[in-house]
Design a protein around this ligand. Structure first.
Ligand SMILES: [Zn+2]
Length: 444
């Protein structure tokens, strides 16, 4: 019975790492040749660097291939063919899907996919969902405003591909979505950590429904790091009485990483479909050993309309130094995506990753889910303020909470904060990508 099989692709997911590397080299050579032959943008980039497909004879050779930044993809959009520009490797007639990046700054990047690419997206998600225990008996509710952002579109098709029944929770508001979950007895849910926590609040406060009574037994998150931050994961799992799993993906890349049912404190990289390299942010050196954080450079082997070759994703990750008990040989990144290279900033000379603040805030009883961080300059000194929400029944323990918060923040981030307490419901709520970290210092 296929349902009893633990892996979506038992051959790739348990392949001997050395064999897998041979396959990765072959697949890299193929997509590199494809981009070199068919995209003016890629050809120019590689010619300028003096590198061509025959130069790639080992995985180490790949380190000489120039990386691609998001800003470069924005620039080519002014070129033909409209609207994608000259990284397009197929005739326009073969493009069947349009999406665009959801970044809050700058012109979005347009992303074309062929029918084959789109099927590949569903395949990427099949690995994710299968590893998280989704099976054909599941009824999956997707509370997502189906639109130009790729977000959960591929989750929808991936769930169908493995045989689940999918309920598109489209334009309904949050309360209506919860009632639909209840009416149809959905068993699984997808969403951003912020929205999943918000939904639980709405169920309890607006509808008087305890989310644990709804029968959701697994939740797949995306879009923010939260499901890999232990205290945020714990809050979601407690609120819903469900297992919560993380995954990582991006419009320009695909769905490249997933947390399996073993919840090993990190995510598997889908090494069969992607080449993930970690680069030291300061020296540019490729990190191959565990224990050092760096930014991810990624190649998607099997996406052809607009290839993703050594894309500088700005995600900060670290190799884990342990294997996963699930039996997959796919490599693990420790703690998931731990931040964005852009968000990691120096405050008072100390490197600060905003996810460390979230981990602390949500680990403290009596504090709400929302928080906001403000970094300002006063004279030559950085000042950092943290706004948190306090539950009414925690008001009496405020001094204790304040002390615990200060101690934990100093331990985890090496910084002192100006703490500001608000009552529950005061700070802004976010439906999609939350913007809780605000750096108000003037940029040079
Ligand atoms: Zn695993």
């Amino acid at each position: 019975m296929i349902s009893e099989q633990p892996y979506w692709n038992p051959v790739l997911e348990t392949m001997d790492p050395e064999k897998l590397q041979i396959l990765q080299l072959k697949k890299f050579q193929r997509i590199f040749q494809w981009a070199y032959d068919r995209s003016k943008f890629h050809r120019n980039l590689y010619d300028k660097a003096g590198i061509c497909p025959k130069d790639i004879r080992s995985l180490e050779d790949i380190r000489h291939v120039p990386t691609v930044e998001k800003s470069m993809m924005r620039d080519i959009q002014r070129k033909d063919p409209f609207p994608y520009g000259d990284a397009l490797c197929v005739p326009l007639d073969e493009v069947v899907e349009f999406h665009q990046t959801s970044g809050t700054t700058g012109q979005p990047v347009y992303q074309p996919d062929t029918w084959q690419d789109w099927e590949w997206w569903a395949e990427c998600w099949s690995y994710i969902l299968w590893s998280q225990g989704y099976r054909p008996k599941d009824r999956v509710f997707i509370p997502f405003g189906y639109n130009i952002f790729v977000a959960f579109w591929a989750g929808h098709y991936g769930a169908e591909k493995i045989g689940c029944e999918v309920i598109p929770g489209g334009v309904l508001d949050t309360a209506a979505r919860i009632l639909k979950i209840q009416e149809l007895k959905a068993t699984a849910l997808m969403g951003t950590p912020t929205y999943i926590l918000g939904m639980a609040e709405t169920a309890r406060n607006q509808l008087g429904i305890d989310p644990t009574s709804l029968g959701i037994d697994k939740i797949t998150c995306a879009g923010e790091c939260g499901a890999s931050i232990p205290s945020t994961k714990h809050r979601m799992e407690t609120a819903w009485g469900a297992k919560v799993y993380d995954h990582a993906g991006a419009t320009e890349i695909g769905a490249w990483s997933y947390e399996c049912q073993a919840q090993p404190g990190g995510m598997h990289v889908n090494d069969g479909l992607f080449l993930v390299e970690i680069q030291d942010i300061e020296t540019g050196e490729i990190i191959t050993s565990p224990g050092r954080k760096g930014k991810m450079l990624i190649t998607a082997f099997d996406r052809f309309a607009q290839p993703c070759v050594r894309f500088d994703a700005k995600d900060v990750i670290e190799w884990a130094d342990y294997a996963c008990p699930c039996g997959r040989t796919y490599r693990l990144i420790k703690g998931g995506v731990v931040g964005r290279a852009d968000d990691i900033t120096k405050v008072k000379g100390v490197l600060l990753a905003p996810s460390a603040i979230e981990e602390v805030v949500r680990s403290i009883r009596g504090l709400g889910n929302e928080y906001e961080v403000l970094v300002e300059k006063s004279g030559d000194t950085d000042r950092i303020a943290l706004k948190v929400e306090l539950y009414p029944d925690a008001e009496n323990n405020r001094t204790e909470i304040e002390r615990e918060l200060t101690d934990q923040l100093r331990l985890k981030t090496n910084l002192r904060y100006n703490l500001q307490f608000y009552s529950i419901g005061t700070l802004p709520r976010y439906e999609v990508k939350a913007k809780r970290f605000k750096d108000l210092r003037a940029k040079p």
